[in-house]
Write a new protein. Structure first.
Length: 220
């Protein structure tokens, strides 16, 4: 049952993941020139001053944020709009298992899709002869902080879509709060270890709230 639910979730969110990967790869090629003839450019972006410059890194962070929010809302608002929550909750599995499967699939999709372009970019940046600019690993911190912040955005969007209530009321509060915390994680000058610890704490709190709402909400 849970395997079929996981496959269903993958089928429903794969287009979001693919669309995000296409945008990621556009910015990756534009920043690195991978796959382009020497001296060529794509979209006028190629030829940045250095690897992991702020503009390119922020492009990656923004795509990740849109991916996280899109996945979280698709997995919850999409079910509500189609009235399929009732059908799923009548399956032979507990609410906790159903929601947990959704979170594992959606959260896993975000973490994987968002990290692959960053790893490719880091591989290019650390390969000798690929660019003339200096590189140090501290230059990647903003990108990894944005990646961690995206996990908070995903869970905030998921909780917002799961909660009952009006959109112009308090229903949006988890997503708005998640945006604030994600911005804090991304832009505050803390060490990456501190960011990772705070992101983990926020993720645990959001997951706990998601299971509470899922267990108490009347989906009829």
């Amino acid at each position: 049952m849970l395997t079929r639910l996981a496959l269903k979730e993958l089928r429903e969110i794969v287009w979001i993941a693919v669309a995000a990967m296409v945008v990621y790869l556009f910015f990756l090629v534009a920043a690195t020139g991978i796959g382009l003839p020497e001296g060529a450019s794509w979209g006028g972006f190629h030829g940045g001053p250095m690897a992991f410059d702020v503009e390119t890194t922020m492009n990656f962070v923004m795509v990740g944020a849109c991916l996280a929010i899109g996945l979280g809302l698709r997995q919850t608002v999409g079910e509500s709009a189609r009235g399929t929550f009732q059908f799923l909750l009548n399956r032979p599995a507990s609410r906790r298992h159903l929601i947990g499967t959704k979170l594992l699939v959606g959260g896993g999709a975000y973490l994987v899709v968002a990290v692959v372009p960053l790893l490719l970019y880091a591989w290019w940046a650390t390969t000798p002869g690929t660019h003339a600019s200096p590189f140090a690993w501290w230059m990647t911190v903003l990108a990894w902080q944005g990646w961690l912040g995206g996990s908070v955005l995903y869970l905030g969007a998921f909780l917002t879509g799961l909660r009952p209530g009006r959109w112009h009321g308090t229903r949006l509060l988890p997503l708005v709060a998640a945006m604030g915390f994600a911005g804090l994680l991304t832009f505050c000058p803390w060490s990456l270890a501190v960011d990772a610890l705070l992101a983990l704490l926020l993720d645990v709190l959001l997951v706990a709230n998601i299971f509470f709402v899922a267990g108490t909400r009347d989906f009829s």
